[in-house]
Design a protein around this ligand. Structure first.
Ligand code: DX5
Ligand code: ZN
Length: 227
């Protein structure tokens, strides 16, 4: 109740020929964060954008740039994204040989750190590192492509992470964002919020719509109904 929600449009579904205008438009439409999907054709079977593009969009917005690394290895590229103006850097534990070290590297480079869980990745990594994270990202699709359908198994997983985050917050006062990514739409966002998410990545739902502001407003209205 009274939870504050964040909408993070994924520019994966933006028109890359007009990327600067797309970023400006989605920020003007009410985005809280820009979700920046980095794919390497190795950890995931697709290839997208890197630090040069992050650097190019950085001057266009005050919004948080939320970098989702789907790359292996992870560590080599972290300082480049920090220099390019990323605010949050998230990575997949399977892609790093030393998860705790990578989290430290991200935080030492001045960014907030997130850990990402694929649909089949167990949550027990959190037993050891939740106290060092700023964000937990639950994937509700297998990573690599926009426009896939939401996997319902993400809902109990979100509820499990919500319990862990709330327990830690009660004990230590530390706040951790709980993000969801994949297949988030106007018609399922309330149920996803009720499962415990507070930060919503949406690519095709926003960039595939005619009116970004209307879509984001509909998402916020649905979130309000979720409590
Ligand atoms: C998938 C990416 C997502 C993707 C979401 O690997 O991490 O951020 O852009 O796209 P939609 O919202 O279309 O499922
Ligand atoms: Zn993503």
């Amino acid at each position: 109740m009274g939870r504050s929600y964040r909408i993070a449009p994924s520019i994966l579904s933006a028109n890359f020929a007009r990327l600067g205008d797309e970023v400006a438009a989605v920020v003007a439409a009410g985005a809280d964060m820009i979700h920046f999907d980095v794919m390497d054709n190795h950890y995931v079977p697709n290839l997208t954008i890197g630090p040069l593009v992050c650097e190019a969009i950085r001057p266009l917005t005050q919004a948080v740039i939320d970098v989702h690394l789907m790359v292996e290895p992870v560590d080599r590229i972290v300082p480049d994204f920090a220099k390019a103006g990323a605010n949050i850097i998230s990575f997949h534990p399977e892609a790093s040989a030393h998860v705790d070290r990578t989290i430290g590297l991200i935080r030492d480079s001045g960014c907030k750190a997130g850990l990402v869980f694929n649909p089949a990745t167990p949550l027990n990594w959190l037993d050891h590192v939740l106290d060092k994270l700023d964000l937990v990202l639950i994937m509700s699709v297998n990573p690599g492509f926009g426009g896939q359908s939401f996997i319902p198994g993400a809902l109990p997983k979100l509820a499990d992470v919500r319990r862990r985050i709330d327990a830690m917050h009660a004990e230590t006062g530390r706040a951790v964002l709980l993000q969801v990514d994949g297949g988030v739409k106007v018609d399922n966002i309330a149920a996803i919020a009720r499962a415990g998410a507070d930060t919503f990545v949406a690519g095709s739902a926003i960039f595939g719509s005619k009116d970004y502001a209307a879509t984001i407003a509909s998402m916020r209205a649905a979130l309000k109904s979720a409590g």
